[in-house]
Design a protein around this ligand. Structure first.
Ligand SMILES: [Zn+2]
Ligand SMILES: [Zn+2]
Length: 369
């Protein structure tokens, strides 16, 4: 999206700037760029840009919203230019733009935010969902014009059709004359005399709609999914906004997600670890057979390639990593105890309360730390 600069960059402050630093940066720039000080039109544009950036960043809520959605490349940045950005945060525009005084009714619809909860398996394999979303749709009765069918808009009586009114304001720079967008017609220069009975002149109606969404395989908890064009309807033939879905994924009782790999603990018995075994284990794709080699140590990792989560951005999948945990039996029956005591005797390993053995020690490995 051409022409959009980072708001922090506009004010010349770092992303972690305090409210105080933002205020000081704005004061300094405003003093330099104020239309009373300079008559250069490009400076005036800059002044508007700086003011818009300040209005957003000085409000903690708007700043948070901007930090979340207002950066990260053209694909994520949902605003056409700084004026659109300003309007996304303030509703209808009071922000002057570099264009003729009369502005068109054409507006892109606002973005809409909703959330969706997925099971672990749905996140792994993707799912089709109908997500109930509240949004503004173009009014059928007036086709979005806001006027009763058969009546047309007439010239705005407040601004005489120019779309602007002069305004005198007191500010930190003294008294300032500014041209403000007409509050009655919103700068369009036309006024609706007989408002549409259905939308009361708004041109759009608030509705709740199930929006079909294809959730791709491999999404993760906390991710935002953008559905282009599924936001609020535009006005005056403008394009719709986007829908942003905040994704929540239920945790799995077995698998822990590490990037696109999955991790789980595989519990085996002491005897299985010593003698080896063929084990059936649960994976995302159903039951798989895993070979436990004789003499497997507790903490050993068995890697099942391609049995992890699908990569969201490319082909293929992560791995499933099974960490072996050797279970020590706590429920020995008499015969089993005798067998183990016999084994200790064969191996010359002192066991029980009365025989003292020397403990073998070493530094912990990275995994044991
Ligand atoms: Zn209507
Ligand atoms: Zn007007």
């Amino acid at each position: 999206m051409a022409g959009v600069r980072d708001l922090y960059e506009i004010l010349g402050v770092p992303r972690d700037a305090t409210q105080d630093e933002i205020k000081r940066a704005y004061r300094r720039l405003a003093r330099e760029l104020h239309p009373d000080v300079s008559n250069d039109p490009s400076t005036e544009e800059r002044f508007k840009e700086v003011t818009a950036a300040y209005e957003i960043l000085s409000d903690p809520d708007k700043r948070r919203q901007y930090d979340r959605y207002g950066q990260g490349g053209a694909d994520v940045f949902p605003f056409g230019d700084i004026g659109d950005l300003f309007e996304a945060f303030f509703g209808t525009g009071t922000f002057g733009r570099r264009r003729p005084a009369r502005r068109s009714r054409t507006r892109r619809g606002e973005d809409v935010f909703a959330s969706v909860s997925l099971t672990f398996a749905e996140a792994a394999f993707g799912v089709h969902r109908e997500v109930e979303v509240e949004l503004l749709e173009t009014c059928d009765r007036c086709s979005g014009l806001g006027a009763e069918p058969g009546t047309g808009p007439t010239r705005c009586r407040t601004c005489g059709g120019t779309g602007q009114i002069q305004d005198v304001r007191r500010s930190i720079f003294g008294t300032v004359m500014t041209a403000q967008t007409c509050p009655v017609c919103g700068g369009v220069g036309e006024e609706i005399v007989e408002r549409c009975a259905s939308c009361r002149g708004e041109g759009r109606l608030r509705v709740s709609r199930p929006i079909p969404v294809e959730i791709p395989a491999g999404v993760s908890d906390g991710m935002d999914l953008r559905v282009p064009g599924a936001g609020n309807a535009g006005t005056g033939g403008g394009p719709p906004g986007d829908l942003y879905l905040s994704i929540t994924v239920e945790p799995s009782p077995v698998f822990e997600r590490r990037g696109d790999d999955l991790a789980a603990v595989l519990e085996v018995s002491m005897v299985q670890a010593a003698l080896g075994a063929e084990l059936e284990v649960e994976t995302l794709d159903g039951t798989e057979r895993v070979r436990l080699e004789p003499g497997t140590q507790s903490g050993a990792v068995i890697q099942l390639r391609g049995k992890g989560m699908p990569h969201l951005d490319r082909r293929g999948r992560g791995d499933l990593l099974l960490t072996v945990h050797v279970r020590t039996p706590t429920d020995l029956r008499r015969e089993e105890r005798q067998l183990l005591e016999r084994m200790a005797e064969l191996r010359g390993e002192p066991v029980g309360k009365h025989a003292v053995a020397r403990g073998t020690m070493r530094r912990p490995s990275r995994r044991e730390r």
